[in-house]
Design a protein around this ligand. Structure first.
Ligand SMILES: Cc1cc2nc3c(=O)[nH]c(=O)nc-3n(C[C@H](O)[C@H](O)[C@H](O)COP(=O)(O)OP(=O)(O)OC[C@H]3O[C@@H](n4cnc5c(N)ncnc54)[C@H](O)[C@@H]3O)c2cc1C
Length: 379
């Protein structure tokens, strides 16, 4: 067994770490406070090729692997977990769905600009009545001549509010019936007739991720915006969400590292009872646990990514990694807050932001309960 990263993977990790330290981290507090999207930073991430790492060069990527891409997500998320989420949705979910299931024309039109980072993608699975039970989709798509006519509402859709978001990939029912094979997948460009955005959600964290409701009222898209195979839309979405779970695990590890590093620094500086608080075992053991759990969670997401790169099944490993890493990140954020005492509650301390942004990792792309369901069904 070889735990060593390849030269290329190390290069990606080091490049992302340097960029995250120098460019993202100094702006992270301001982005979260204002909710303003950092288009300049996104442009520079695109320039470094981050959005296209796992795609071949003919589709705008750099021909790297999913392991390297997830190391990049970890580093970006250590500075700002919301930008890690941008990479997850754009590349792991939307980009991959186009890459694996799209026609040549769809790949050229939508994937290439996305892999270059010029355009950003969104995916629309969740509806008011279909959250964990995503198969309860009510949105419909009916063929009328050369167009699909879509009616329904998707909610909590990440990225779609960004100026350079180009499409949302949605699931919709194309026939009566509740079966999963009645669901198909469609590429809906922003600006399509009958497609409007609801207001931007007012969130407690990830404020700059531009999350909106997507409303389709007799929305018309050309017939060739159908994505993938008839009757397989739901399965397609689930397949790419497996990679999304590895991405959420990598985001969680990045966030947990930020908590750990802030805690270690603070505990060595803060003096109470005449000593740095790190000398109290109650504090240093919390930090020791953080370090150990981060190492374990990283190994879990790297194993899942390696299985994916090797073309091997990874349903269980992706669920293990997502579940463990997201719960671990919330614990690290809570302990980091505790170690900072009252200062942890102050917005000027980064740990307050880590605390506010950690819980949601246990919700998006399948809650912890749904991960346990996936795991138990696969035992
Ligand atoms: C910031 C943010 C960004 C998001 N981005 C996107 C996006 O880009 N695209 C998209 O499609 N969706 C997105 N979502 C939606 C997200 O994936 C859902 O919120 C999530 O899947 C849970 O669905 P729900 O909120 O409807 O909760 P529900 O499904 O109503 O769940 C409520 C509670 O019940 C539990 N529960 C439900 N069913 C079971 C069961 N069978 N067994 C045990 N417990 C169960 C859940 O675990 C949870 O604790 C986003 C959400 C947020 C908050």
């Amino acid at each position: 067994m070889n735990f060593r990263l390849s030269e290329e993977q190390q290069m990606i990790r080091d490049m992302a770490r340097k960029f995250a330290d120098e460019v993202i981290a100094p702006r992270a507090g301001e982005m979260e406070a204002t909710g303003e999207y950092p288009y300049d930073i996104m442009g520079r991430m695109a320039g470094l090729g981050m959005m296209g790492i796992p795609f071949p060069s003919q589709y705008g990527g750099s021909g790297g692997d999913w392991t390297g891409f997830h190391l990049c997500i970890e580093e970006v998320s250590r500075a700002d977990v919301t930008l890690g989420g941008l990479l997850d949705v754009t590349t792991s979910v939307v980009g991959q769905e186009l890459f694996v299931f799209g026609t040549e024309v769809q790949k050229r039109k939508w994937l290439v600009p996305m892999a270059h980072g010029r355009q950003i993608g969104a995916f629309g699975l969740t509806e008011p009545g279909a959250g964990s039970d995503a198969a309860a989709t009510r949105t419909t798509a009916l063929l009328e001549g050369d167009h699909w006519v879509i009616n329904g509402t998707k909610q909590f859709i990440t990225n779609i509010g960004l100026d350079n978001a180009s499409i949302v990939i949605i699931t919709a029912r194309t026939q009566d019936g509740t079966g999963r094979d009645a669901m198909n997948t469609f590429i809906v460009p922003k600006g399509s007739d009958g497609f409007t955005l609801g207001r931007k959600y007012d969130k407690m964290g990830w404020t700059h991720s531009a999350t909106h409701e997507c409303i389709f009222e007799d929305c018309r898209i050309p017939r060739d915006h159908f994505l993938g195979k008839e009757g397989k839309g739901f399965a397609q979405h689930l397949a790419v969400l497996e990679t999304g779970r590895i991405s959420i695990a990598a985001m969680s590890v990045g966030l947990a590292r930020a908590c750990y590093e802030a805690s270690l620094r603070y505990a060595k500086e803060r003096v109470q009872f005449g000593k740095p608080i790190f000398s109290f075992q109650a504090v240093s053991f919390k930090i020791a646990d953080m370090a150990m759990h981060i190492e374990l969670a990283r190994n879990m997401y790297l194993k899942a990514a390696w299985l994916k790169d090797s073309g091997l099944p990874h349903t269980l490993e992706a669920a293990y990694a997502k579940l463990f890493a997201s719960e671990m990140a919330e614990r690290c954020a809570s302990d980091a807050f505790q170690i900072h005492g009252g200062y942890g509650f102050m917005n000027e301390y980064a740990v307050s932001r880590y605390f506010k942004t950690s819980k949601i990792l246990q919700i998006v792309e399948g809650t912890s309960e749904i991960q346990r369901l996936i795991i138990s069904r696969n035992l």
